[in-house]
Design a protein around this ligand. Structure first.
Ligand SMILES: [Zn+2]
Length: 472
């Protein structure tokens, strides 16, 4: 926005202003001292990192028959443009359940068409609004307090439909993710009072049960959902698009993990191993909520352990697919050196030297990733960057020098799936929409319908439509 002169004429930067700045000796000196990594040319040193997909260890999983794909989106809206501009943020997570097995007979009157899917992704699994600037829930509130209250509201009103008519609030999903898939935590401990942002409170070690608490020192309401730390990125003035993005990532993560848990409970032996779960984006958490990534990994490893204990092959395919960012660019850059049908392992040393161009020992994604990234050049010769959680234990950052493929037991099944669906993933911006356009699909929002079909498929019974209880 241009600065307005007292006389009323807007002050604009001179068109030659930057030239003058650039000619300044101190600017020149600074520029000359910068380091620009050499442009990559010639073949990258990847000979020892390439693995032919056909030689990967066999997962023991059947070919995926169902895909469950999840994607979050957000938008900050100006509700009053005059200064100070008031904004609210919308965040939502949509999911699609798709039948990949083209040989199966079409379900009678079952799956919806892509137009209905497009509408359904708007009526998402999770959706909510939070005040992001000036707007508050009650008068006298600060934006931090309003944000935290709105997040708590969102977590208590959004519910996931599970097997046998169970409904689970997002807040209870969070309690399970912080605990285990079967045992939720009943309270969280906040390292520092969230009142430090607007009340200068220095209280710490605050125990907050699921129902909430009050800080004895500053009197601010404490919410269980404060444990997600999205409020730490809220700024008092201006746009809060950044904090909104973090909140969306949290919602996406919880939705993804909970869908995996739901499907693990629907006739687990027959249905779950044939499912593939895809997240649109890397398996990573950024910013202040990044601490959740450790819980996410343990959650997935616990489900893996439960599958193994039941004599099955472990966690089915769980991957994140990223189409943007440094690694996706790098993959495009070096694709001609990766033969089709080959996987490129990405140990930390390689990412550091050839993608990040930096020294030191800190692993790539140390603070953020719960999956290790791989590049796969599909048989149709396109490249895909995906991440996968390590099993049965350990962290993706364990692979400093070389990637231990034994920690990624479902790789061969995942790659088979990527060869099957790769082209459409590459072409389409949003993975759930890509699936909806290419396969018979149902929005995950209609939980009981999806679960009924699955149970009927597992039992070899004909599919029937769920009788919905009408609202009056
Ligand atoms: Zn306090």
């Amino acid at each position: 926005m241009p600065y307005i002169h007292p006389e009323g004429a807007p002050e604009r930067a001179s068109r030659l202003g930057h030239v003058r700045t650039a000619m300044d000796p101190s600017v020149r000196q600074a520029l000359e001292s910068y380091f620009l990594p050499p442009a990559v040319s010639g073949p990258p040193p990847i000979a020892d990192l390439l693995v032919e997909a056909a030689t990967l260890p066999v997962s023991g999983l059947p070919k995926p028959a169902y895909a469950i794909s999840i994607d979050g989106s957000k938008q900050e809206i100006e509700v009053r443009p005059e200064f100070p501009s008031a904004r609210v943020g919308f965040a939502q997570v949509a999911g699609i359940f798709s039948q990949l097995d083209a040989l199966a007979p079409p379900p009678p009157g079952g799956f919806v068409d892509p137009v209905a899917i497009a509408q359904a992704t708007r009526a998402a699994l999770v959706k909510g609004v939070v005040p992001t600037s000036i707007v508050t829930i009650r008068s006298g509130q600060t934006i931090h307090e309003a944000w935290r209250e709105a997040v708590w509201e969102l977590f208590t009103t959004c519910k996931f439909e599970g097997p046998a008519g169970t409904n689970t609030r997002l807040a209870d999903v969070l309690a399970h993710v912080l605990g285990t898939p079967t045992l939720p935590v009943s309270s969280v401990t906040l390292e520092r009072c969230p009142g430090r942002h607007d009340r200068d409170c220095d209280a710490g070690g605050l125990v907050v049960p699921l129902g909430g608490a009050t800080c004895e020192k500053c009197g601010t309401a404490l919410y269980f959902t404060d444990a997600t730390n999205t409020h730490d990125e809220v700024v008092e003035f201006g746009s809060n698009d950044n904090a909104l993005g973090r909140l969306m990532l949290v919602l996406e993560l919880l939705t993804f993990l909970w869908q995996i848990r739901i499907f693990s409970m629907v006739d687990p032996g027959r249905v779950f191993p044939r499912c593939a779960f895809l997240l649109d984006g890397p398996l990573a958490m950024f910013g202040r909520p990044a601490g959740l990534k450790r819980h996410a990994l343990r959650f997935l490893q616990a489900i893996h352990a439960r599958e193994l204990a039941a004599g099955r092959a472990g966690l089915p395919v769980v991957i994140g697919i990223e189409k943007g960012g440094a690694l996706a660019e790098h993959a495009e850059h070096i694709r001609e050196y990766i033969p089709p049908g080959y996987l490129l392992c990405l140990p930390d040393r390689y990412i550091r030297e050839h993608v990040q161009h930096r020294e030191g020992n800190r692993a790539y994604g140390y603070d953020t990733d719960y999956g290790r990234r791989f590049i796969y050049r599909a048989r149709d010769s396109r490249t895909l960057v995906f991440s996968m959680p390590p099993m049965p234990s350990g962290d993706p950052t364990d692979d400093a020098e070389a990637v231990d493929l034994g920690h990624y037991p479902s790789l061969d099944t995942a790659i088979g799936l990527l060869d099957q669906v790769g082209t459409m993933l590459y072409r389409n911006a949003v993975i759930p929409v890509a699936f909806a356009h290419n396969y018979a699909s149902l929005p995950l929002g209609t939980g009981s319908q999806v679960l009924t079909y699955l149970a009927q498929d597992a039992l070899g019974a004909a599919r029937t439509q769920v009788r919905l209880t009408p609202f009056f």
